[in-house]
Design a protein around this ligand. Sequence first.
Ligand SMILES: NC(=O)c1ccc[n+]([C@@H]2O[C@H](COP(=O)([O-])OP(=O)(O)OC[C@H]3O[C@@H](n4cnc5c(N)ncnc54)[C@H](O)[C@@H]3O)[C@@H](O)[C@H]2O)c1
Length: 256
Amino acid sequence: MEYRGYDRDFNLTGKVALITGGAAGIGKAIATLYALKGAHLTLADLSPGLHDAAKEIFPDPARIEAVIGDITKGGDRERIVQTAVKRFGRIDILVNNAGVALLEPALEISESNWDKTLDLNLKAAFFLSQLVAKEMIRTGGGKIVNIGSQAGMIALERHVAYMASKAAIIGITKVLAVEWAKHNVQVNAISPTVTLTELGKKAWAGDVGEEFKRKLPAGRFADPDEIAACALFLASNATDMITGSNLVIDGGYTIQ
Ligand SMILES: NC(=O)c1ccc[n+]([C@@H]2O[C@H](COP(=O)([O-])OP(=O)(O)OC[C@H]3O[C@@H](n4cnc5c(N)ncnc54)[C@H](O)[C@@H]3O)[C@@H](O)[C@H]2O)c1
């Protein structure tokens, strides 16, 4: 593909985005920013709270579709993609955001918690990408943004299953980037530090969080809006030459 310039205002006007885990936290922040930038949205989430979140993000139902579903189930993934395509005709941007953090010491973690973590954070994100990439290829290309984590890059106690899932999503981002570059599909990851969502607050409550913050060069945790800003950048046509990268938003934690 020839270089065709980029929109200086990072608008997503006319673009169609599918965001998983859009009812809360980082997914909702990304959806809110994409909406502001003119995108049409399909949000998929397990939580029935998704309908209220969708109304908050976009009071005008013409530009938003909310699909309740469990993306660890193949049938639900297909229904979500079909709903988005039927409603808006295409999918230009996929954000694999839905995730779970079941934090336990390696000596104690159960097989079932290991499976839950890997099923959602890795397997569901991959197979959803596989379905959506076929749509993107059909319509001339697209952008996939995978939400990784600092915990997929460096060792944190109690993070063994989460690390396995996030290191793997950062890893497969590179494989998908290489395989799909010829189809004009760019695939990138974002790896945040602790971010002040329900998941982040729960995982890092109390002394453990305060101690972590002291080691963080920026001296504070991230806001969901800061992750959304990077997800906008990676969804924009300013990044057509960026693929397979992992954009780290960690206030300097992992470079120490
Ligand atoms: N918050 C942090 O500190 C932090 C740091 C690094 C990375 N991350 C990653 O960012 C992403 C979002 O995290 P968050 O903090 O916003 O989480 P959150 O728990 O606030 O929101 C996650 C959303 O995903 C939905 N979800 C869960 N399981 C689902 C399923 N099977 N199918 C569909 N939807 C499902 C939930 O209902 C929820 O709305 C996750 O991948 C997480 O691992 C978070």
